[in-house]
Write a protein that binds this ligand. Structure first.
Ligand code: GN1
Ligand code: MG
Length: 370
């Protein structure tokens, strides 16, 4: 990353100039832990910024992202002007995207003063605050006409398609990939009922499309120094979707103290009190917006998203690791194993979750805050 930074100093200088910043007034450093885009912090006496190079192999139409964010920004300005929406800043040209001579695409954000991000959740309060922020985002956009939004990654969380991609990979995989994955392949079929539930839900139009973030990992929340959530960031995958994506991905990434990278499966377990915190945080915003039918699938959302991610990792392993970056042979298979372990533990805890959800809803109707 540092070599990349030094080698591209000339390009960054020109990009900063395009955004109206004098390069000699600023220093640039790598920032955050994102895998897809390159993120940099630009620091100077007059203020700090986040400069991002968009990965156009994944995000093929950055103009669509800029357009979506600009529509949302206008909506917030009109309906809730004090909402902290970290929108990209315009360049001197008025565009939100700047292209370097070599064809790389950049955008600039303000750096929110006093804000910080975390990579692991240690406290229930963090889960509560994050869930509240993701819920608030969708709630404030409840009246927004979603038909205006572009689908940035079509079928991103379409489980039917992910299952189909797995089946194709299964048919085409070489023996040396199939053999070590035989238990995980069985796990896919063992949990086929999740796919059936998902298909029924979609076919019967049981749940509405809403404005959904689609990447609710904890590092996509800005916190202040007292662990209060400030706002959501990383808005590239904001598009129409089901709330199950956001809640389910929080279940997937907040409940276990060990994340998807953990190869020691004994470290994966469910922190049930964190389920309560997610539930209470999300419902404190969305409790009165979600329909009774949507709420019925609240716990299912975790099954859906953990299963989908397990399938995506396994599919990539069978496809010879073409999508996710891997650091060692079998990395994607380990990730799939990790997610199936999490899925089985999640399913075991569901009876407790049902009780906790009742408690959270009861507490929310009597006590206004956490
Ligand atoms: C990818 O790179 P990152 O962590 O932002 C993926 C998500 C997965 C995640 C799993 C565009 O996100 O859907 O949940 O990996 N994003 C894309 O770690 O595919
Ligand atoms: Mg992301």
């Amino acid at each position: 990353m540092y070599v990349w930074l030094i080698n591209n100093q000339f390009m960054f200088d020109n990009i900063l100039i395009s955004f109206g910043l004098n390069p000699s007034d600023y220093t640039i450093q790598p920032f955050g832990s994102g895998l897809i885009n390159h993120t940099l912090k630009v620091s100077g006496n007059a203020g700090d910024f986040i400069l991002q190079q968009i990965n156009v192999n994944v995000f093929k139409s950055p103009e669509d992202i800029a357009e979506n964010l600009s529509l949302l920004n206008k909506h917030f300005k009109k309906t809730k002007s004090d909402y902290l929406f970290v929108a990209p800043l315009p360049a001197i040209s008025g565009d939100f995207l700047v292209k370097s001579a070599s064809g790389n695409v950049f955008r600039l954000f303000p750096f929110v003063k006093g804000s910080q991000t975390i990579n692991f959740i240690s406290y229930e309060k963090e889960a509560f605050e994050a869930a509240k922020q993701f819920g608030k985002f969708t709630r404030l956009l409840n009246e927004f006409e979603i038909g205006q939004l572009k689908y940035i990654l079509p079928d991103f969380h379409n489980l039917t398609l992910r299952f189909q991609q797995f089946k194709t990979a299964h048919q085409n995989a070489p023996g040396e990939r199939l053999d070590p994955a035989s238990n995980e392949i069985k796990e896919v079929y063992k949990h086929d009922y999740i796919l059936q539930t998902y298909k029924r839900l979609i076919a019967n139009n049981e749940i509405p499309l809403r404005v959904i973030h689609h990447d609710t990992k904890i590092s996509n929340i800005l916190f202040d120094e007292q662990q209060n959530g400030l706002c959501v960031i990383d808005l590239d995958t904001v598009m129409p979707g089901y709330y199950l994506s956001d809640v389910g991905d929080m279940m997937r990434t907040y409940l276990s103290p060990a994340n998807e990278e953990e190869a020691d499966l004994s470290k994966i377990h469910i922190r049930e009190n964190f389920f309560y915190a997610i539930c209470k945080g999300y419902l404190s915003e969305m409790g009165t917006v979600l329909s009774e039918t949507e709420k019925k699938y609240f716990i299912f959302s975790g099954e859906l998203m953990i299963y989908m991610q397990a399938i995506r990792f396994l599919t990539d392993f069978l496809n010879n690791d073409i999508y996710y970056g891997t650091k060692y042979p079998g990395h994607n298979l380990n990730r799939a194993r990790n997610q199936f372990t999490l899925l089985n533990k999640y399913v075991e805890a569901e009876e407790k979750f049902r009780q906790m959800m009742i408690e959270a809803e009861r507490d929310l109707s009597t006590v206004p805050d956490f």
